[in-house]
Design a protein around this ligand. Structure first.
Ligand code: TXA
Ligand code: MG
Length: 352
């Protein structure tokens, strides 16, 4: 057991980075902010340190970790960097794009879940970059939540999940994007394994056509071995039962409202995750505003935090609004569908 310390980087940036880097060098785990979600980091080149990540998160050992780096030299040292990858790094790094490449021998198989590839990412966050630089080693880091719960977008979320299991959390405030990086597999057919705020269109502009893994919007089938092992595990799931209201415009709003009314009639506590466009429709029903439908990023930014809040408030049911699954809307729907365990309701399902 640790007495988990939180260092507020807005008050003590240099001390936080120094103490964090020292712990990483000693083989310990620490949580740190990135522009996407908080990460739970360890020295990527030390097997015991990496193994401790899986234990702290209760994460299955075959679900590989992303290695966070601070410069291009580290990428060349860890992976065989192709011309395509190089072009993508020029445009999107530092930033929320993770690139999966053939690994070099220095990367332990414990990091990659036994795979011959390694996922690399250069985060666009001053604290994350300063930490990797000061530690002097690449940092393997999954999202800093307990396995299965929503990814943490504040230091308080990390504390709620991991207090006592890690010595230090660096608090950099709320994350800018609130949704994890795009994961891109670079093989003969470049494939987005996990959609994010770097969209298929943005990637295609640099390297040409890119495929989207079928699992981005549908569950992994029983016994199937997906290209990204992470997709087969239940993800982002709050305790409340979540449904997604599908449809467009007023049909969608009627569906969400009817779902809510049924839940209340059954004696359950329900919350609607509304948008600026729809909230007036819901009237006196209990809703929170996630963001603006024309700006899917605003919904991404709040989704995980609101799911945690709803659990803290003891809600039984949550109903989310569907977005068209394109561009950043694809990233939103990927997370929303997993939070809802793929439970989608349409007007006709409710007899509307
Ligand atoms: O934004 C992010 O990516 C955050 C921050 C902390 O950087 N990290 C993050 O890590 O979301 P994690 O472990 O929660 O998700 C990593 C995803 C998983 O779905 C995993 O299966 C996939 O990346 N992945 C990692 N290495 C892979 C590989 N070699 N091949 C295919 N998929 C890989
Ligand atoms: Mg995760």
């Amino acid at each position: 057991m640790y007495e988990t310390q939180i260092i507020d980087l807005s008050q003590a940036f240099d001390r936080g980075i120094r103490e964090g880097a020292e712990l990483i060098r000693q083989g310990e785990l620490i949580a740190f902010p990135t522009e996407t979600v908080y990460g739970l980091g360890a020295n990527a080149l030390r097997v015991e340190a990496v193994s401790a990540i899986f234990a702290a998160k209760k994460r299955p050992g075959d679900n590989p970790l992303i290695v966070h780096i601070v410069d291009r030299e580290q990428a060349f040292a860890l992976a065989h960097v192709t011309a395509e990858a190089d072009a993508l790094m020029d445009v999107f790094w530092p930033g929320p794009l993770t690139i999966v490449l053939p690994k070099r021998d220095v990367v332990p198989y414990e990091v990659t879940g036994g795979l011959k590839s390694v996922a690399l990412r250069m985060p666009d966050d001053p604290a994350a970059l300063a930490l990797i630089l000061a530690a002097g080693v690449p940092i393997a880091a999954p999202s800093a939540n307990a396995s299965g719960s929503p990814s943490p977008t504040t230091a308080q979320h990390v504390y709620a999940d991991l207090q006592g299991r890690i010595p230090l959390i660096l608090d950099g405030g709320p994350c800018a994007y609130g949704v994890e990086s795009t994961v891109l597999l670079l093989s003969d057919r470049p494939t987005i394994l996990r959609p994010g705020v770097i969209t298929p269109e943005m990637i295609a502009e640099v390297i040409g056509p890119v495929e989207i893994d079928a699992r981005a919007l549908s569950p992994a089938l029983e016994g199937e071995s997906p290209q990204s092992p992470g997709v087969k595990y239940r993800h982002y799931a709050p305790r409340a039962s979540v449904a997604i209201a599908d449809g467009e415009g007023e049909a969608l709003q009627r569906t969400a409202a009817a779902f809510y009314d049924r839940s209340i009639a059954a004696g359950r506590r329900c919350a609607i995750f509304a948008t600026e466009q729809s909230c007036s429709f819901y009237g006196s029903r209990n809703y929170v505003i996630m963001g603006n439908r024309d700006n899917p990023l605003s919904l991404c930014r709040n989704l995980f935090a609101l799911l945690r809040d709803a659990d803290d408030d003891g809600f039984d049911d949550i109903v989310l609004e569907a977005l068209p699954p394109a561009s950043v809307g694809l990233a939103y729907m990927n997370r929303a569908l997993r939070a809802a365990a793929f439970h989608v309701v349409r007007a006709e399902d409710l007899g509307l």
